[in-house]
Ligand binder design. Structure first.
Ligand code: ZN
Ligand code: ZN
Length: 404
């Protein structure tokens, strides 16, 4: 019996679940893995699933797919669009959508395991399948590792993962070295002195302090970072005040910082701290601002030798033209914790899910930024075909490259 992967994908797409709440998704994935004959453990790192396929002597490969969705209201207009809601950690009811394509990751993984099981006479070794929760929090990989999977399962000789993107369907993007940026999420609290909006001279206005800080932070990437290098400083959230005639006592900024390596990270973090403290001082703040790190993700670095093997194998399987170097992505991932903790090489690649014809038109017309929705957009949804098939082939091919 073959698994109907299209039906599986549509079902997962219709029923997205927020990070660390992926119980339905995990249950479905676990059942498929069990039906395929794997030893399955559920509830690993809250909602994670581990499947073990032991097939004789040989190397061990860890195959990872993440499964969480996002608090986004789907606007794709697809017949199988999500209308789901969920409750976020603050207790707020929010719309939920697979806006990052993790439903496709789970589908392709189940398809790849089906292929590996069907061809088990042709290879030997051990496959450990990781269905990971909460990638969007940057916390799920850590949670699975903290649940002891490195102790309880065979250690990997290689860690493999893939992410669907708005490249044309059929195209694989993989690069040696830094594939994705490191990132930090910071919360900055600026302290002022509150008072009446009609008497600003008696206050220290944290709104003006915050505005100046946001603008000055933008000079890090434009004035301090070498133009030939990459860094991102985004202030994605700014909150202060409740009413027009009250000068509040504090302002909060939430920052997302991205960089390709530790040297740039040290430089940007030092610049952020210097600017935040200096702008507070310039405003005459009576209390030092607070800078808190909410999460930190390492860069996703692909091992040179293992990536060369995967690239060659994917070129043989999908055609030489189908495998490109997409450059470094400024997005971040938590997949590399599996490789970092185990000391194994990592290969993490992207695969396209966008209609190739519309992609070519958008590039030719110079409208790609507007017409090709990116991951996390309410309009983002990969084409079902051939995205599923290419994802299955890519994961199966990469795994077989390392299995004896
Ligand atoms: Zn995402
Ligand atoms: Zn993602």
């Amino acid at each position: 019996m073959t698994i109907d992967l299209e039906a599986l994908y549509i079902d997962l797409h219709r029923h997205p679940e927020l990070s660390f709440q992926e119980t339905r998704t995990a249950g479905i994935a676990a059942q498929h893995l069990r039906d395929l004959g794997l030893d399955v453990e559920e509830g690993v790192g809250i909602t994670g699933v581990v499947g073990l396929l032991a097939n004789g002597e040989g190397p061990t490969v860890w195959l990872r797919a993440d499964m969480d969705a996002l608090p986004v209201e789907e606007q794709t207009g697809l017949p199988y669009a999500s209308t789901a809601t969920g409750v976020d950690p603050s207790g707020t009811t929010v719309p939920v959508m697979h806006a990052c394509g993790h439903d496709m990751h789970v589908t392709a993984m189940i398809g790849a395991v089906e292929q590996l099981v069907a061809t088990r006479d042709e290879w030997s070794g051990t496959v450990v399948v990781l269905i990971q929760p909460a990638e969007e929090y940057g916390a799920g990989a850590r949670a699975m590792l903290d649940a002891g999977i490195l102790v309880r399962y065979p250690k990997p000789d290689v860690v493999l993962g893939q992410h669907v993107t708005p490249l044309p369907a059929g195209i694989i993007g993989v690069r040696s070295g830094t594939q994705m940026a490191a990132s930090d999420g910071l919360t900055v609290t600026l302290h002022g002195r509150g008072g009446h909006g009609s008497r600003p001279h008696t206050t220290i206005d944290p709104v003006v302090m915050a505005a100046a800080t946001v603008m000055r932070l933008q000079t890090i990437t434009s004035r301090e970072v070498n133009p030939q290098e990459v860094a991102v400083v985004t202030v994605g959230s700014i909150h202060a005040g409740l009413k027009n005639n009250i000068i509040p006592t504090e302002a909060k900024l939430e920052l997302s910082l991205r960089y390709p390596n530790d040297e740039m990270r040290d430089k940007v973090l030092a610049s952020v701290e210097r600017i935040v403290r200096a702008e507070a001082a310039a405003s005459g703040a009576e209390r030092e601002p607070e800078i808190r790190t909410d999460h930190t993700l390492p860069p996703t670095i692909n091992d040179v030798d293992a990536t060369a093997r995967v690239t060659a194998a994917l070129q043989r399987a999908l055609g030489e033209q189908s495998v490109i170097d997409p450059g470094m992505f400024t997005g971040s991932e938590d997949v590399s914790w599996f490789a970092r903790d185990s000391g194994a090489p990592l290969v993490f690649w992207f695969w396209g899910g966008f209609d190739p014809v519309r992609f070519a038109e958008a590039i030719a017309g110079g409208t790609a930024d507007a017409d090709v929705p990116t991951n996390h957009s309410p309009f983002y949804a990969p084409e079902i075909h051939p995205t599923i098939e290419v994802g299955v082939t890519a994961m199966t091919t990469a795994a077989r490259e390392f299995l004896a």
